[in-house]
Structures are given as structure tokens and as C-alpha cells.
Design a protein around this ligand. Structure first.
Ligand code: COA
Length: 575
């Protein structure tokens, strides 16, 4: 049986793919001349804009500081041990040998920071989507400078999310394995549950049955659970004197039998390529292993669109309109709080080609903005919060989402939800709230069941049930990113009073409790707190959003070039 999410992703993506595959490889987008949003900054915005800008600068500094911390991996000593004693390449150097260029979409780089069990830089493994011989592939690469590449709970979560990205977008997946297996002190949080260690292997089988190719490179230790990753991959490459693969290493053998054995004899590349057959390609050095891997990707039988020559590329770039306004202005539009939100159409006009936007239902439910636009030439349906998700705006949201689903247009949600739900203070209010509840429920259903790809960017608040209707993480968007100013919590800090059920008659006790909760909400709602726990696919800078969206839309589109997506069959079995 398929896991339900995999089956649903498969069905959904199949619908989308069926439509896309009917068209020829060399598609030409329909011409459009959507109206231009003329929304320059006005003097009236200056006060809010400047406050936002100051906040964005502080967020940007934090972003840069954390990124710097991440590049050090497990620290100088661990790097020296890895490169000098173990003679291995660093994970980013490996990626530069594997991928076409260094420009790849890294997923959740801040995952693992600020966890109860410490800071685990990049959660101990790099994941993302990059091109290999022109084909977008997911990669999952252990960083062995962080505790020998062992898997913490967050590492497992990050690996599973990367596999999910591969499943949802039907992308080949390459694993660079260099891991000492489970991080033993936290074994109870890694081993037994459904979405823990074993799920990686379960997914590998399911992905193979779905015809999602997987290739593994053993470029370090592959101990215990780690050993199943290459063994279950469809093709595996192993590096001589660098890669080892066994269920229990030499120390374990010594303890059990007293026998001294070298890692190479117990589970080196020669043994697995010549005797066990656990790997298919023997490489003398890492560089050669990555060449093999790139060649393996070339055998996947994808037919990519014809490459543009320089003249065509220049022509296309010329035709593709840039937004009228600088993307840097997004820094002043990124709200430092809900009260600092400016008209979301100003954000849209700084993201879309030519700042063009074909608005849908402009006069109805105006606290939600819906309409069509192009981003780097890709047609998208945009759903953007512009105030409370009211009864009318939720109805409009459902209508528009279903419209995009009918037309196979990918959806982009720009999320900035209200800090807390509306209170029920009178019978009229109660009726309004009930209607709103009904409409929001319908919008959630429309979003959940839309078979088109969805991308969500949290540009401000991600609070309460409104965030579900705006395709939050639990509604399975293909990609979800947050801006550094984003606040992610059930209700915004400062709004928890209404949620509090304090049975004490003491006003002071109630106030203390409320203050304490507000502080907790404040601490726990930062974008970096969220990303550290992998509630998103990464913090992206506002000014990079258009580029990231362009990459995501290209990645999503690749499935139309896959030759065969016929019904699932059994996974490939290594004999
Ligand atoms: N759990 C927790 N910590 C582990 C670990 C594990 N499974 N394996 C290694 N570490 C830690 C080490 O204690 C060391 O920590 P330190 O830097 O604080 O001293 C760090 O990871 C690096 O390990 P080290 O052995 O010094 O580096 P190495 O490059 O020589 O070897 C391994 C790395 C992974 C090959 C080796 O540590 C090893 O074989 N570990 C045991 C693997 C194992 O049996 N796993 C079973 C999991 S079910």
C-alpha cells in the first residue's frame, strides 16, 4: 500500500501532469497584456515603510549572522579532521562537483538551529534542488563535520521533507551518504515512530515504485541505518578508501568477537562492488564518483526541452518583463507587525513580470486579493491576504482556487494573516462569525483538493485557522518559504489574552499569566524559530523572492518532460 500522502501527491500531480503532457515539449505561452499595477511608494506610506525597513535591516543582519555560523559546519577542528585526517571533501565541495553550477535552491538551511538539544547546523545535512546535466534533482547530503554525520531527530525530519519534495514534484533524488547512523543519545526520538528513521527507507521503496529515480553515492561512513540508503537506491556508487558500509563497525566486531578487522575489509568499496553487490560502481576517488553520478542521471530517459541558443535566450529575456519597481522596496513592505501591513498589491507589483496583474473580483471581499500574473514567464494564480479573511473574502478565495484548478494554473499564496480570530460579542457577531467559519472551511477544502502545484510565501503573519486556508504547511504546498520578518504562532504575541482561560479571580495572577504567555509567543514566533524546526522550506529574503519563485516554477514544470508516468509498479529490488 502507498502511504496516503504519497498516493494523494501522485494522484494530484498526475492530474496536473496529464494536462501538461498533452502539449508539445516546445510550448509557447499564450500572449497576455494584463493591466499594470502602478503603485509607487507615496509620501503617505513613508512612516510605515521606514519602520518596516528598520525591522527588515535587523532581520537581514540576523540572517547573515546565522548563515555565517552555518558555513562553519561542525567547526574548525571537525573540518580539519574531515579533510586532513579522513581525506574527504567538504559537503559543499561535493555539491559543486555533482551539480551543474553552484546556483541551487537550498532547502531549510536554518533547520536545526535553536533546538532544545542544541544547535545542529543545517540539521547535519544539506538538502535542496539543483541541476545535474540540465535536470532538476533533489539532493540529500550529510555533513560529516557535524558529529560524524549522525542523524539527529531534525536530520531525519529534513531528509523526509526532501524526499517529500521529490515525490510531490517528481524529481530524481541523489543521496550523498556520509553518516555514522543514529545519534545515539537521542535514539528514542529517532527510531520507532512513523515519521522517524525507518520512514526514509520506506520512502525509498515507494519512490522507486512511483518511478522516481534514486542514486546514492557512498562518500564516507555508512553505518547501521545509513547502510540501507545506498542499498535501496536504484544505483549506487562507492568511493575507494573513503566509503565504508556496514551494519556494525570494527569496534562492534571487536567487542563481540575479539576479531580485529579494518573498515575497508569489513565494508569497503571493493567488497561491496565485487562481492556483496550492494553498490554498482567503484570509484577510485570522489571526483570520479561524482562523474559517474552525473552520467547515471543522463540515463534517466528524460526528454528536456531543446536548449536555447544565446540569441534565443537574449530574446526571451528581453521579452520577459521585469517588475516596474525595485525588489529592494520589498524590505519596506515586509510588515514588522500586522499593523504595519501596506496594500498587498504593492508587494505583488514588485514580484510579477511587468508589475502586471489581472485581478479577479476586485470589488468583492477586498481583504483577499486574487488574480493572475506571470513570474519569469510562468502563469500563476495569486491569492494574497489584505486584511481579515472575512466571509466574502473566503468565498472569493474558494472560487478563485477552483478556477485555477480548472485551468491548471499553479497557485501562489502570499500569506499575512490576522493576529487573532474575531471575538463573538453579540448575536449578530455570532452569526457573522458562523458564516465566516463556513466560508473558511470551504476555502480550506478548495485549497486541500486543488490538484495544481501550490507555493506559499509567508510575508507577514502566519496565525490561526486563516493560515490553513492560505495553504499553510499542513495543506501540503509544494514549497513554503517565510520572510525573515514573518511571525508564526497560533495568535500573535499581544493577542493571547482572548485565548486565556484563567480560573483565578485574581487580576494580578491573570495578568502575570498573560504576560508570560505573550513572552513565550513572542519568542516562539520568529521566522528563525520556525525554520529551525522545519515548519517551512527556508527563510528567504524579500528581495530574492522573485528569483526563488522562478526556480520553484521551473522545478515544478519539469515533470512534463518525464517520459513515463504510467501507473505505479513494484520498486526496483537489488538482488
Ligand atoms: N552517536 C552519537 N555521537 C556519535 C556517533 C553516534 N552514533 N558516532 C560518532 N559520534 C560522535 C563522536 O563521539 C564524535 O564526537 P566529538 O566530536 O564530540 O568527539 C564525533 O561524532 C565524531 O566522531 P569521530 O569518531 O571522532 O570521527 P571519525 O570521523 O573518526 O568517525 C564515524 C566518524 C561516524 C565513522 C565513527 O564515529 C563511528 O563509527 N561512529 C559509530 C557509528 C555507529 O556505530 N553507529 C551506530 C548507530 S545505530
Amino acid at each position: 500500500m502507498y502511504p496516503s500522502f504519497a498516493r494523494m501527491a501522485e494522484q494530484h500531480q498526475r492530474c496536473f501532469f496529464r494536462h501538461m503532457s498533452c502539449t508539445s515539449n516546445r510550448r509557447r505561452a499564450m500572449r497576455s497584456s494584463f493591466p499594470v499595477l502602478h503603485l509607487p511608494l507615496q509620501a503617505i506610506h513613508q512612516h510605515v515603510y521606514e519602520a518596516n525597513l528598520r525591522n527588515s535591516t535587523a532581520c537581514h543582519n540576523k540572517y547573515t549572522e546565522l548563515r555565517k555560523k552555518l558555513t562553519k559546519g561542525g567547526g574548525d577542528n571537525a573540518i580539519a579532521r574531515h579533510t586532513q585526517r579522513n581525506k574527504k571533501l567538504l559537503v559543499r565541495d561535493r555539491l559543486s562537483l555533482l551539480l551543474d553550477d553552484e546556483d541551487f535552491l537550498e532547502l531549510s538551511p536554518f533547520a536545526g538551529l535553536g533546538l532544545p538539544y542544541g544547535d545542529i547546523p543545517s540539521a547535519g545535512c544539506l538538502t535542496g534542488v539543483g541541476k545535474i546535466n540540465g535536470l532538476w534533482c533533489v539532493f540529500i547530503a550529510n555533513d560529516a563535520t557535524i558529529k560524524g554525520g549522525t542523524a539527529y531527530p531534525i536530520t531525519v525530519k529534513k531528509q523526509l521533507r526532501a524526499q517529500e519534495v521529490a515525490i510531490q514534484n517528481r524529481l530524481p533524488c541523489v543521496y550523498l551518504v556520509d553518516s555514522g547512523g543514529a545519534f545515539l543519545p537521542l535514539q528514542s526520538e529517532i527510531f520507532p515512530d512513523k515519521n522517524q528513521g525507518g520512514r526514509t527507507f520506506y520512502n525509498e521503496a515507494i519512490m522507486s515504485a512511483m518511478k522516481i529515480p534514486q542514486v546514492s553515492v557512498v562518500c564516507g561512513s555508512c553505518t547501521a541505518g545509513g547502510a540501507y540508503i545506498p542499498t535501496m537506491a536504484e544505483e549506487a556508487v562507492m568511493v575507494h578508501r573513503i566509503g565504508t558500509m556496514f551494519l556494525g563497525g570494527p569496534p562492534l566486531v571487536k567487542a563481540a568477537t575479539g576479531e580485529e578487522v579494518t573498515p575497508e575489509d569489513l565494508g569497503g568499496a571493493r567488497l561491496h562492488a565485487e562481492v556483496s553487490g550492494c553498490v554498482d560502481h567503484f570509484a577510485w576517488e570522489e571526483k570520479e564518483a561524482f562523474e559517474y553520478t552525473r552520467n547515471i542521471i543522463s540515463t534517466l530517459n528524460f526528454t528536456l526541452p531543446e536548449e536555447e541558443d544565446d540569441e534565443e535566450k537574449t530574446k526571451r529575456k528581453k521579452e520577459e518583463e521585469k517588475p516596474l519597481y525595485s525588489s529592494e522596496e520589498l524590505l519596506g513592505l515586509a510588515p514588522r507587525s500586522y499593523n504595519h501591513s501596506l496594500d498587498v498589491k504593492m508587494v505583488i507589483s514588485r514580484l510579477t513580470d511587468g508589475s502586471r496583474f489581472q485581478e479577479f473580483k476586485a470589488c468583492f471581499g477586498t481583504t483577499l486579493i486574487t488574480g493572475f500574473a506571470k513570474i519569469h514567464g510562468h502563469l500563476v494564480g495569486i491569492v494574497a491576504n489584505n486584511g481579515q479573511l472575512s466571509y466574502k473574502s473566503a468565498l472569493k478565495g474558494s472560487h478563485f482556487v477552483q478556477l485555477c484548478d480548472q485551468r491548471d494554473v499553479p497557485l501562489l499564496f502570499l500569506q499575512n494573516t490576522a493576529p487573532s480570530a474575531a471575538l463573538t460579542l453579540s448575536s449578530t457577531q455570532a452569526e457573522m462569525n458562523s458564516n465566516c467559519l463556513k466560508a473558511q472551511g470551504s476555502m480550506m477544502s478548495a485549497v486541500a483538493c486543488a490538484s495544481v502545484p501550490k507555493i506559499t510565501v509567508v510575508i507577514g503573519g502566519c496565525h490561526g485557522a486563516d493560515s490553513y486556508a492560505m495553504c499553510g504547511r499542513s495543506f501540503d504546498p509544494n514549497f513554503l518559504f517565510v520572510w525573515p520578518n514573518a511571525r508564526v504562532s497560533l495568535a500573535a504575541a499581544g493577542h493571547v489574552g482572548a485565548l486565556l482561560h484563567c480560573h483565578s479571580d485574581q487580576e494580578e495572577e491573570r495578568r502575570n499569566m498573560e504576560n508570560h504567555l505573550n513572552r513565550t509567543f513572542e519568542e516562539e514566533s520568529s521566522a528563525f524559530f520556525s525554520s529551525g524546526r522545519l515548519w517551512d522550506d527556508g527563510v528567504i529574503l524579500p528581495q530574492d523572492t522573485r528569483r526563488v519563485l522562478g526556480d520553484c516554477l521551473n522545478i515544478i514544470q519539469q515533470q512534463q518532460y518525464q517520459l513515463s508516468t504510467e501507473k505505479p509498479r513494484s520498486p526496483l529490488l537489488r538482488i
